[in-house]
Every structure is written in structure tokens, then in C-alpha cells.
Design a protein around this ligand. Structure first.
Ligand SMILES: *Cc1c(COP(=O)(O)O)cnc(C)c1O
Length: 352
């Protein structure tokens, strides 16, 4: 059996009539930027997260940059990020004018280790980006003790929970991505900043349209970063299916439990959103070949720690060993709501 790593067409087909109607309403309405659909989606997504406000922006990377700026990070400030993340986390920090500083992840959770973060704090450190990697919340409570602003990178964590609270409500602000493959995906780029602080939300609303306070009155320097009406209408439809889709992911994960390899541990009190199902193997290439021979497509998230990319080599330092080990060993298995039971069983059986 061939099991594709992802197949976005299945989710589209399942909701096609609803999507056609939503897209048609935008076309008929004749308003394409910052209209009623964006406002409705922002309200619905904030409510779904249990947060005060959500502000639609152009991408998850922009959401990181705008969230950082809105919590007071600016030019020359240092921002701590885990070395075990994808490049957009770091690109978002630099787009805010700040300097990314890498810290290592905890071998027990694979997410940012507060003890490692504490070791790289300097007088210039203003914030830390808590990346909820693969859909597991970082230890935000531990990171809070550093006394820094905490911005969540929740791009992979729609629906993840920490002690009963959802991602998006754990730090000072949170960045979500609606890239098509994420737990909540649009049909193009999109993102949102979610926050419980009204002032932070108001700042992001201003920064995303040239720093305006009123039309054609820029009171601060912003830029253009907006979620568009078509994506918002699509996201409203998909948000209606998100709880069921997350429940289906959890159900599928149970079929992977017998796989005899280490997986990302889920500590007590954490609710994993299972954006990605990742296992660890000392001989990754052999494992991927074996799975490919059985028809199972796999990917690697991520094959390099941040400082192992040529562009970010200068950010490297001793003490990022766990991030480097993970980058050498992780393998992601197919996991999406439309995966069939038979396909999930075929993935698990390929390990036997
Ligand atoms: C996808 C992703 C981003 C970037 O989101 P875009 O919408 O693609 O800009 C940032 N951080 C993490 C952890 C992601 O998975």
C-alpha cells in the first residue's frame, strides 16, 4: 500500500461544497482585504483558542515578527530561540530587527530547555520564543521564570494544551501559521497573532497596515502584512472541522503506539496537537529506505539544527548537542485526519 506523507486534496474534497459557497460569497461581496470575513475569522479563532484577540497577518513568519515587535522587542535586542526549530522562527526574529540567540532543547521533551535558555541570557535579552515543536507545548511556565517576554511559536500547535490552557494563551503573544499543511491550513499563506493583551493586539493591528492609527495616518513604522478575505473565508470553514480533525489525529496516533522506536514524550499536563508524529532512529537513512520500500513516505523535520544551515552558522556555539542529535535522528511519519485506518496500520506494520 502506498501511504503519501500528506494529501491535501482529501480534506478539500470532503468540505468542497462548503468551501465553494464560502469562496463564492467573497467573490460576490467584492471586498478582498480586511473585510468582514477576516473580522469574523479573527473572533472565531480567538474564541477557539480561549484568547482575548486574534489578528490575521500574511504568514506565520510575519506573525512571529509582529508579535515580537508588539511586545516591545526592537532593534538590537536579543531573543532566545531553540536550535531545534525550522528557519522561519529565526527569520521572524530577524525581521523584528532583533538578534536570535540559540539555546538547546530538553532531551525529555525535544522543546526549548529553560536551563539552557538561562545560560545564554545577557543584559540585552528581551524575549524568548517558545516553539511548540510538532504540536507539543514548550515548557512556558519554566521559560516565564527567566523574566523575559514570551512569544509562542504556535505554528504547529493549533489545539495544543498546557495544564488545561490552549496554545495562544500561554505567553505574552503567540504566532500561528495557516500554511496549507498545518493543523489549520488555508489555500495559500496566512497567519495570526493571538494574545490576551488588548494593547498588544491593537499594536499588531496597526503594524500590519503601515503603522496606521487611522486611514493614511501612520503613527509608527509598520509594513504590509494582512490575511486576505479569501483565506479568511476558507479558514472559517476549516475551523468548523478542526476539533474533529484533531480528534482523528489523536485516534490515529494510537495505531502508532506499538512502533518500537523512541517518540516525542508527552509530559503529564500537556496535550499534544499532533501536527507531526516523529520518531527517532540512530540509523535514519536505513529506516527511511525500509519504509519507502513498504510504500510509506516519510520526511525529516528538520535535517539541520538552525546553526547547521550555512546562513546561520555564526549562531552556533557549544551546548547545542541535543538539537544536533535530534537533527541527525528524527523521522516524521504520515499523520493527517484523512489518513485511513488501513493506511495507519500499514505504516505501523512497516516497522515489524
Ligand atoms: C510553519 C512554521 C513557521 C512559519 O510559518 P509560515 O506561515 O510558513 O511563515 C514558523 N515556525 C514553525 C515552527 C513552523 O512550523
Amino acid at each position: 500500500m502506498n501511504v503519501p506523507f500528506a494529501d491535501l486534496s482529501r480534506g478539500v474534497a470532503a468540505a468542497r461544497p462548503e468551501l465553494d459557497e464560502a469562496i463564492g460569497a467573497v467573490l460576490d461581496g467584492g471586498r478582498f482585504i480586511l473585510g468582514d470575513h477576516v473580522a469574523r475569522f479573527e473572533r472565531a479563532f480567538a474564541d477557539w483558542c480561549g484568547a482575548h484577540d486574534a489578528v490575521g497577518v500574511a504568514s506565520g513568519t510575519d506573525a512571529i515578527a509582529l508579535a515580537l515587535r508588539a511586545v516591545g522587542v526592537g532593534s538590537g535586542d536579543e531573543v532566545i530561540v531553540p536550535a531545534n526549530t525550522c528557519v522561519p522562527t529565526v527569520a521572524g526574529v530577524e525581521a523584528a530587527g532583533a538578534v536570535p540567540v540559540l539555546a538547546d532543547v530538553d532531551p525529555a521533551t525535544w522543546t526549548l530547555d529553560p536551563a539552557s535558555a538561562a545560560r545564554v541570557v545577557t543584559a540585552r535579552t528581551r524575549a524568548v520564543v517558545a516553539v511548540h515543536l510538532y504540536g507539543l507545548c514548550a515548557d512556558v511556565d519554566g521559560l516565564r521564570e527567566l523574566g523575559l517576554k514570551v512569544v509562542e511559536d504556535a505554528a504547529q500547535a493549533h489545539g495544543a494544551e498546557l495544564r488545561g490552557r490552549r496554545a495562544g494563551t500561554l505567553g505574552d503573544a503567540a504566532a500561528f501559521s495557516f500554511y496549507p499543511t498545518k493543523n489549520l491550513g488555508a489555500f495559500g499563506d496566512g497567519g495570526a497573532v493571538v494574545t490576551n493583551d488588548p494593547d498588544t493586539a491593537a499594536l499588531v493591528r496597526s503594524l500590519r497596515v503601515y503603522g496606521e492609527s487611522a486611514r493614511y495616518e501612520s503613527v509608527r513604522r509598520g509594513w504590509n502584512s494582512r490575511l486576505d478575505e479569501l483565506q479568511a473565508a476558507i479558514l472559517l470553514v476549516r475551523l468548523g472541522h478542526l476539533d474533529a480533525s484533531l480528534a482523528r489525529r489523536r485516534e490515529l496516533v494510537r495505531r502508532y503506539e506499538a512502533i518500537p522506536l523512541p517518540r516525542q514524550p508527552v509530559p503529564e499536563g500537556f496535550g499534544h496537537a499532533y501536527h507531526l508524529y516523529v520518531v527517532r532512529s540512530a540509523d535514519r537513512e536505513a529506516l527511511r529506505r525500509r519504509l519507502a520500500d513498504a510504500g510509506v513516505e516519510t520526511l525529516v523535520h528538520y535535517p539541520r539544527a538552525v546553526h547547521q544551515h550555512p546562513a546561520y552558522a555564526a549562531l552556533g556555539h557549544a551546548g547545542l548537542g541535543e538539537s544536533e542529535r535530534l537533527a541527525a535522528e528524527v523521522v516524521s511519519l504520515p499523520l493527517y485526519a484523512e489518513l485511513t485506518d488501513a493506511e495507519a496500520d500499514a505504516v505501523a506494520a512497516a516497522f515489524a
